[in-house]
Design a protein around this ligand. Structure first.
Ligand SMILES: Cc1cc2nc3c(=O)[nH]c(=O)nc-3n(C[C@H](O)[C@H](O)[C@H](O)COP(=O)(O)OP(=O)(O)OC[C@H]3O[C@@H](n4cnc5c(N)ncnc54)[C@H](O)[C@@H]3O)c2cc1C
Length: 320
């Protein structure tokens, strides 16, 4: 028996968000006195997969079938179920993501598993198998006992801080039998979101709101983001007004981000916006209105005009 971790792959390597899941899964395996195996699906570089060993897994199963290069949640659920059977895994771990939300819902149905989603901490094994989840868009926590034989844990970003070693994992080819039903939904095309840094994965985010008055003023937002190596984001009205693309919209109805640093510029801090950003490690708010609600959620606040503050901040970052 082992713990199985679904490791998402992008550009031939395991995604940064899945590295946390690898470490988390390895820690759960340690608590249960077993080992951790990762599962990577789609084309990937073998050396990059072996590097999963740095996060504590001993083995990586690689399902490299070309038909799996497009993230198809039905087929992925079948591959994970087959890998769990192969490893005798009763605990399956993943990073919570747009892909894993669909995959794990299907997998829990397929395996009659108990699913703990948005999990914020290692499980408590002292009395059953209990996990703590973030609920109500981050405003409360729920403790849930996972009672089914198979348990799935989808961890929230920043649930654990990985500690890396120099260890490497062995990589084994894995080719489960799949059938037409696994591919009954077909992805016919994909358009990659623009922006050099992927917003859901970003460690640093510079986000801007309606305080910028119009799309022509976004140059100073991009200058600060470029100086920091940050992704750019925006509030919902900004994308509704077509000032910025929709994939930059963060909040309850947009992308959920948990970067180490979130800089909110000219954003009021409505509850629906906070719902998507409130698990950021450090929040900096720049707003000319000292009563803006965002200041209540801020670690650092600057009361001032974004058109004056941002160029100064960018110059200071560049000087550093
Ligand atoms: C069902 C529902 C879902 C929603 N989902 C989302 C969501 O996912 N994400 C989201 O963002 N919103 C969402 N909203 C909208 C949300 O309620 C707010 O209306 C929105 O977040 C406000 O955007 P904003 O802060 O950019 O604009 P505003 O509320 O107009 O705030 C602009 C801010 O900029 C400041 N400002 C103006 N000029 C300057 C300047 N020169 N320098 C510094 N500061 C300045 C102002 O003081 C103000 O605080 C949702 C609403 C509903 C009803």
């Amino acid at each position: 028996m082992s713990v199985l971790i679904f490791a998402e792959v992008a550009d031939g390597a395991i995604r940064k968000s899945s590295q946390e899941a690898l470490y988390y899964g390895a820690k759960v395996a340690e608590m249960m006195g077993t080992t951790a195996t990762a599962l990577a699906i789609g084309s990937a570089n073998t050396d990059a997969l072996a590097a999963a060993g740095r996060f504590g897994v001993t083995k990586v199963l690689h399902a490299a079938d070309g038909a799996l290069n497009e993230a198809n949640s039905m087929a992925y659920a079948s591959v994970i179920a087959a890998a769990a059977a192969h490893e005798g895994a009763k605990v399956i771990v993943t990073a919570k993501s747009t892909l894993s939300d669909g995959v794990m819902a299907r997998l829990s149905g397929k395996m009659k598993a108990a699913l703990g989603a948005n999990v914020t901490d290692l499980p408590d094994l002292s009395n059953g198998f209990r996990v703590m989840s973030s609920i109500f868009t981050g405003k409360a926590f729920a403790v849930t006992e996972l009672k089914a034989d198979v348990k799935i844990i989808a961890i929230k970003k920043n649930a654990i801080v990985p500690v890396e070693t120099a260890a490497l994992a062995t990589v084994e080819a894995f080719a489960p039998a799949l059938n037409d039903a696994d591919f009954s939904v077909k992805i016919t095309g994909q358009t990659k979101a623009s922006g050099a840094i992927s917003l859901p994965e970003a460690d640093l985010v510079v986000s801007a709101g309606r305080g910028f008055k119009g799309p022509e003023n976004w140059g100073i937002v991009e200058d600060l983001a470029n100086a920091l190596g940050a992704a750019t984001a925006c509030s919902k009205p900004v994308s509704d007004l077509d000032w910025r693309p929709h994939h930059e919209h963060v909040g309850q109805t947009g992308v959920k981000v948990s970067p180490n640093l979130y800089i909110a510029c000219g954003i009021s801090g409505a509850i629906q916006h906070l719902a998507g950003v409130n698990s950021s490690k450090v929040i900096v708010v720049i707003n000319k209105d000292p009563e803006a609600p965002f200041f209540k959620a801020a670690d650092y606040g600057i009361v001032g005009d974004v058109f004056e503050i941002l160029p100064k901040l960018t110059a200071a970052v560049k000087a550093l």
